[in-house]
Ligand binder design. Structure first.
Ligand SMILES: Cc1ncc(COP(=O)(O)O)c(C=O)c1O
Length: 361
């Protein structure tokens, strides 16, 4: 078996080993074609099947109805920060944004370049340690949408209840939590996610868009930037990232074989609990985020000093645990425990933490 690290990278991140093995096996000859997926025409029957089947698998796993388009888009989640206001805020209108940290801030920044938007809740003063309670959010009834970041990858926080938005659609960045827990897609106008954390390679964004929103797309933007263009062309207006779509399909198969998103959620909650239990067991560890908002994908914590944090990262690396350094903008430690991170890796980390405390606590 291949040597594998305990991979806690924030993204690009671990992929399921069975997915990598299938991709490896099919790399030189995809289903008797004599070619790999990345060598064949995206207009040919083989890839057309991959594209359509992957779309159907995503729909099946997430319970997505025909009211929604499922698109595979280039440019990762960051491009969506730009396209969403461009497509969905009509002339003279605005949208509401909730600022929960680094990624919500980036979405706000890109929207502000184009439109006059409102930030209706911002946790800056508390240093982004929580997501808002539904009761704290007052949405402008004439807003075009409310944008949220469902799981802040850097801050390690997630929504525990959605804001009450009436008829105003919620648009959610789910880059770091897509397919990690059961989500009712019908509660959202749009869900989007960069693939590189839970569902595949980087550079691809999965976009799930309620069809009525597409009626807003203006004529006077480049065709490539219109969601309608990508919808009409089944995500193949231009040459898509065929490799990423293929891997996404394999990831979906793997998730299905585990019992789908509900089974995955159960495992994810168990994994997160293992780490939070260690963190809560003594004052040596400190999780800076509000308990109710703790992410089950990105667990962040601090040690009594930055020197100890450096030592932790170095010793963890020597034990084959990778990616535990917190994001450079906030410091500290972070374990990203996405779908593909095995429970055994999380248990290994938890044991290592207990030993580290014994020596350094
Ligand atoms: C929550 C969130 N949104 C957006 C992004 C940006 O994604 P991309 O690099 O695919 O543009 C990231 C990347 O880490 C993220 O974690």
């Amino acid at each position: 078996m291949a040597f594998r690290a305990h991979n806690f990278n924030a993204g690009p991140a671990a992929l399921p080993l069975p997915v990598l093995e299938i991709a490896q096996k099919e790399l030189c000859d995809f289903k008797g074609s004599g070619m790999s997926v990345i060598e064949m025409s995206h207009r040919g029957k083989e890839f057309d099947d991959v594209n359509n089947e992957t779309n159907a698998k995503v729909r099946d796993l997430m319970g997505i109805s025909d009211d929604y388009e499922v698109l595979f888009m280039p440019g990762g989640a960051s491009m969506q920060f730009c396209l969403i206001p461009m497509n969905f805020i009509r002339e003279g209108k605005s949208a509401d944004f909730i600022n929960t940290g680094s990624w919500a801030t980036k979405a706000i920044k890109e929207a502000k370049v184009q439109k006059d938007i409102n930030v209706i809740w911002d946790d800056k003063e508390e240093n982004y340690i929580r997501c808002p309670k539904a009761s704290e959010i007052k949405v402008n009834p004439d807003a075009e949408y409310v944008h949220i970041c469902e799981n802040e990858t850097i801050g390690g926080i997630k929504y525990f209840e959605l804001p009450e938005c009436g008829d105003v659609p919620i648009i959610a960045d789910m880059s770091s939590c897509i397919m990690s827990e059961v989500m009712d897609v019908n509660k959202y106008g749009m869900i989007y996610a960069g693939a590189q954390k839970n569902i595949g390679p980087s550079g691809l964004a999965l976009c799930i868009i309620r069809k009525d929103l597409l009626e807003r797309v203006p004529e006077n933007i480049c065709n490539f930037f219109k969601y309608t263009t990508h919808a009409k062309n089944a995500s193949m207006y231009n040459t898509p990232n065929t490799w990423a779509i293929y891997i996404l399909g394999l990831v979906c198969d793997y998730l299905k074989s585990l019992g789908g998103v509900p089974a995955m959620e159960k495992i994810n909650r168990e994994k997160a609990k293992i780490l939070y239990d260690v963190i809560d067991s003594s004052d040596f560890w400190r999780c800076p985020v509000d308990k109710a908002s703790r992410s089950i994908m990105n667990v962040v914590w601090r040690l009594p000093s930055e020197d100890l944090e450096k030592k932790f990262v170095a010793e963890a690396k020597a034990h084959n645990m990778i990616g535990l350094k917190g994001h450079r903008s906030v410091g500290g430690l972070r374990a990203s425990i996405y779908n593909a991170v095995p429970k055994a890796s999380v248990e290994f980390l938890a044991e290592f933490m207990k030993e580290f405390e014994k020596v350094n606590g």
